[in-house]
Design a protein. Structure first.
Length: 365
């Protein structure tokens, strides 16, 4: 019996062979069927490899943070999918199921309550990975409980969840569902001390969470947040734009449906921002989220007369898009400022006082 990889290799050989025997005209059905078959095989392999990578990374979470945190993955639900292939079929309209990570300090006292940080990951199609190891260690060391949703569109769970993507849409409700789950199911979570923190796409989700659920969050940090998806379509390439115009996603390009892209852009939705304390960071040499997006967000907040937000535009910081998530000293100094902002609203039991505290949390000494 051939393995999956062998089948793909044979399919590629068959396709190459067909190029020598088939007339490569647009109307050649046999050739096009062969090409489509190989494309489907590669797509399936990509998702299988993503699942394998995710399983390996899950093991690494225990190795890298298990000394200070209890770690779990919870299986919860969000709203039904934005699109159904068969709206009248069996199971149509059911809530979408997804996984979330939970990190609880090992020294937590079950008789006490602790602040919660909701931590959505970045990336159009990505997931919550050990890329964030040191940051999770820093949060847990201060006494925070953390929940991090692998919301709809995340990788590592097969094509089904991947194609449920709803960027700036129902994924926000998934992240909010992770917060609600923690409040409803963990007695040690203080529902009155919940904050949200995210970078890039996670920053966009954080902004929309405080726009849509202002009473649920006491503070928000949005690092290099995607802020203007319309502008983004203008300076990104076709491969990136195709992620949004895919049939299973928005289904149209920005020029075909500007209003839909506006709805998914925080800079165009600042009228929904109430009064949740908000800190925004951006970097002038960001190679992913151009600083112009975040500048648009900041100017929009000012123009709308919003008051309870702070921001800082960093100049050419090393690391570009990842500048304040890096492991060098200056990045830790910036994170200390972020934690000071959050801690002022959420009062964790062991707030960091200096850079040395961050170093001890990250490097286990």
């Amino acid at each position: 019996m051939k393995t999956k990889s062998q089948k793909i290799i044979f399919a590629i050989i068959a396709l190459v062979a067909s190029l020598f025997t088939l007339d490569a005209q647009p109307g050649n059905t046999e050739l096009m069927n062969a090409i489509n078959s190989v494309s489907r095989q590669f797509d399936a392999l990509d998702h299988r490899l993503d699942v394998l990578e995710k399983n390996i990374d899950d093991i690494l979470w225990f190795e890298r943070t298990g000394d200070i945190a209890y770690i779990d993955k919870i299986y919860i639900t969000g709203p039904p999918p934005a699109k159904e292939s068969n709206p009248t079929g069996q199971g149509a309209g059911n809530p979408l199921k997804f996984w979330s990570y939970v990190f609880i300090p090992r020294d937590a006292d079950p008789s006490k309550k602790y602040p919660l940080l909701v931590f959505p990951h970045g990336g159009v199609h990505a997931s919550f990975t050990t890329y964030y190891t040191h940051i999770i260690r820093e949060m847990v060391s201060q006494g925070y409980i953390v929940v991090a949703a692998d919301y709809r569109g995340s990788t590592g769970y097969g094509a089904g969840l991947y194609r449920r993507i709803d960027y700036g849409g129902l994924e926000v409700a998934d992240v909010e569902a992770s917060r609600q789950y923690m409040v409803d199911n963990y007695e040690i979570v203080d529902k009155n001390r919940v904050g949200i923190i995210g970078w890039s796409h996670g920053g966009l989700i954080g902004l929309f969470c405080i726009f849509d659920y202002p009473d649920a969050y006491k503070a928000c940090f949005a690092g290099v947040p995607v802020s203007d998806v319309i502008a983004r379509m203008g300076y990104k390439d076709d491969e990136y734009r195709d992620l949004f115009s895919a049939e299973y996603h928005i289904g149209k390009s920005a020029d075909e449906n500007v209003e839909e892209y506006r709805k998914r852009s925080p800079a165009w939705q600042v009228d929904r921002y109430r009064n949740t304390p908000l800190l925004i960071h951006t970097n002038t040499n960001d190679e992913d989220v151009n600083v112009l997006e975040v500048e648009h967000l900041i100017k929009s907040l000012k123009a709308a007369g919003k008051q309870n937000f702070q921001y800082k535009i960093f100049e050419d910081m090393p690391g570009g898009h990842s500048f304040d998530r890096m492991d060098y000293k200056e990045a830790r100094r910036i994170r200390l400022d972020i934690y000071n902002f959050l801690n002022g609203q959420l009062t964790p039991p062991r707030p960091f006082k200096n850079i040395r505290d961050l170093e001890k949390a990250a490097y286990r000494f």
